[in-house]
Design a binder for this molecule. Structure first.
Ligand code: AP5
Ligand code: MG
Length: 212
């Protein structure tokens, strides 16, 4: 299955992608994670992306399209993949079509802006392995320590309140038009992501016709 997860920042794309990956045994491709890794490793692409990410703006389409072309050509994507947070502009979606990438379903995770602000304010990520937690909704066993690798948990730099507001604005202006783009192509599945992680997963599997 080739899937796209659409949704505002903090809607739960990364959280649900991890669950679907384990269930369907397909890789998740998150442009956000790829860009953060590039920033951590000090690559040229990371340096170019940093100011956009830190201010809550989108990274230019040519950088993203380059990342996706390279990543989807790898062997582990041959039997399916989940695109988490990409495409995020109509130009990126058109580029996928021009590349001949077949998409089976596009899941729009719907969450109200107020809930998103609470979620992102409480998010903590592992500075070593990137695993994501939430102070109340998905806490680690001991505070500020990653359950998976023992790394230190930190808040993402772009999760500061003013940057969250900017990311939401950018989402509504530049990414939300993709909902209609994929509805018109008969690919759209809408999932209400407002309740618990488990509730969102249940709806997702039901709508995709996947046994839990
Ligand atoms: P990216 O990393 O993709 O960030 P984002 O889209 O802003 O989304 P997030 O990762 O913040 O949220 P999420 O939906 O994954 O939610 P999560 O599961 O973590 O992109 C970062 C930046 O990179 C962008 O701003 C841009 O600059 C650049 N970029 C990336 N891709 C790009 C592209 N294609 N084009 C241009 N630029 C690009 O959940 C959030 C929190 O809530 C967690 O703490 C989680 O535990 C908790 N949570 C999740 N679900 C629930 C629930 N149901 N109930 C309670 N808590 C929940
Ligand atoms: Mg994410």
């Amino acid at each position: 299955m080739n899937l796209i997860l659409l949704g505002a920042p903090g809607a739960g794309k990364g959280t649900q992608a991890e669950i679907i990956c384990d269930r369907l045994r397909i890789p998740a491709v998150s442009t956000g994670n790829i860009l953060r890794e590039a920033m951590k490793n000090g690559t040229e692409m990371g340096a170019r992306a940093k100011s956009f990410i830190d201010s809550g703006a989108l990274v230019p389409d040519d950088v993203i399209i380059g990342i996706i072309k390279e990543r989807l050509a790898q062997d582990d994507c041959k039997n399916g993949f989940i695109l988490d947070g990409v495409p995020r502009t109509v130009a990126q979606a058109e580029a996928l079509e021009e590349m001949g990438v077949q998409i089976d379903r596009v899941v729009d995770l719907e969450v109200l802006d107020d809930v998103i602000i609470q979620r992102l304010s409480g998010r903590r990520v592992c500075s070593a392995c990137g695993t994501s937690y939430h102070t109340t909704a998905k806490p680690s066993a001991s505070p500020d320590v990653c359950d998976r690798c023992g790394g230190a948990l930190i808040a993402r730099k772009d999760d500061e309140p003013s940057t969250i507001r900017e990311r939401l604005k950018v989402y509504h202006e530049q990414t939300e038009p993709l909902v209609e783009f994929y509805r018109a192509r008969g690919k759209l599945v809408v999932v209400k992501g407002q309740e618990t992680v488990a509730d969102t997963t249940r709806q997702l599997f039901e709508k995709l016709g996947v046994e839990p």
